[in-house]
Design a protein around this ligand. Structure first.
Ligand SMILES: Cc1ncc(COP(=O)(O)O)c(C=O)c1O
Length: 357
């Protein structure tokens, strides 16, 4: 009996198809594809019809190229490994005017996507005028010295916020910048801005956009809480096992340093999963699922957990921490941590990892 993480490949692919419908999508596969495994995710996304991928790491971008010689790969962070970018045919963001001028010579023949800084202020050109400067300067160079400016993009930092109007502000600033550039007669093979939240908020692609740049919704979690669970389906589970069930008397404590004190006589299931397997401490403030019933977690240790159970629970029973019935996003909206934070924490070296095709 060992705790395990199980991916359902065909259901994962079917869900991706359901999410993307007939829209062109750039799948975000950074951080080992949100910890699903880069190779598993890229191959599944390709089976669902996706041909364009983005990541923040050149190391991952090269791994994607090794999976397929023809897909489009976009690196969202800048790199100065220009020869490698060319060798593996990887397009890259243009993060600032300074970067453009500093690396002018090395950028010849490199595929670039002009980045608009917007409210996030993480990276990018300040406005449409800086973009025009780059476009005009690049056009003035001889063909051999030009960069291949094939894309234009931004990232929304407020698409999953509904309290203020920051999302509308950043979206409208981007639309204005984009329209200015397009009205000047420039064309791009890739125009992308929308993450999962913006994609569902706008009811799919914004005008003029060629791709939505989606992450979490492809992996089966909702980007914000008012969406129905049907918008995307979770297709992996994390399960553990009841090792034994122990009766505890009222007033007795269990776990390190009095973690739990019984308020009444009760049964405590000892379960073979803990924070060493990537279960967040905040997740342990909530329930687990045993035989289709929810029970409260009472203590979390490195390799074990205590769950208060009733008479029906036996040693050997399966304990589900995450599945389509007890989804990651449920706990996100309860404040446990972001969807990606809970998924990234899972320890693929201690959990048995299995893929059901
Ligand atoms: C630049 C960029 N684009 C797209 C995404 C995808 O966002 P989401 O997972 O919310 O769809 C991310 C994720 O952090 C990102 O950093």
């Amino acid at each position: 009996m060992v705790a395990r993480i199980t991916f359902e490949e065909q259901n994962f692919i079917n869900n991706v198809k359901h999410v993307i419908q007939d829209n062109d999508v750039m799948a975000v596969v950074k951080n080992d594809a949100y910890h699903f495994g880069l190779e598993f995710a890229v191959e599944s996304f390709m089976k669902a019809g996706i041909r364009t991928f983005s990541t923040t790491s050149l190391y991952e971008a090269v791994r994607i190229r090794k999976i397929d010689p023809h897909v489009n790969i976009f690196l969202m962070n800048p790199s100065i490994e220009f020869e490698k970018l060319k060798q593996y045919d990887i397009a890259m963001t243009l993060p600032s005017l300074k970067f453009y001028h500093e690396h002018l010579e090395s950028l010849s023949g490199i595929k670039l996507h002009l980045e608009f800084e917007n409210l996030l202020h993480r990276s990018g050109l300040k406005d449409q005028y800086e973009m025009i400067q780059v476009l005009e300067h690049n056009a003035s160079l001889s063909k051999d010295n030009q960069s291949l400016i094939e894309g234009i993009w931004t990232h929304f930092g407020y698409a999953d916020e509904f309290d203020g109007n920051e999302y509308e502000t950043e979206r409208d600033a981007w639309k204005k910048c984009l329209m200015h550039i397009l009205n000047e007669g420039y064309t791009f093979e890739f125009i992308h801005s929308q993450n999962s939240a913006s994609y569902v908020r706008e009811d799919r692609l914004l005008d003029q956009h060629t791709h939505a740049r989606l992450g979490i919704i492809l992996y089966g979690s909702r980007p914000y809480s008012t969406l129905p669970t049907t918008v995307t389906k979770q297709n992996f589970s994390v399960t553990a096992n009841v090792i034994q069930v122990r009766p505890i008397k009222k007033g007795e404590t269990c776990g390190y340093s009095f973690q739990f004190t019984a308020e009444k006589d009760c049964n405590i299931a000892v379960v073979d999963i803990g924070y060493g397997d990537g279960i967040l401490k905040t997740r342990a403030n909530h329930d687990a699922l045993i035989n289709q019933k929810r029970y409260p977690i009472r203590g979390l240790m490195m390799s074990h957990m205590f769950i208060e159970v009733d008479e029906s629970v036996q040693s050997g029973d399966t304990v589900t921490m995450y599945s389509d019935k007890i989804r990651i996003d449920e706990f996100t909206f309860k404040g446990v941590g972001a969807n990606s934070e809970q998924i990234s924490a899972l320890n693929h070296h201690s959990l048995i990892k299995e893929i059901i095709s």
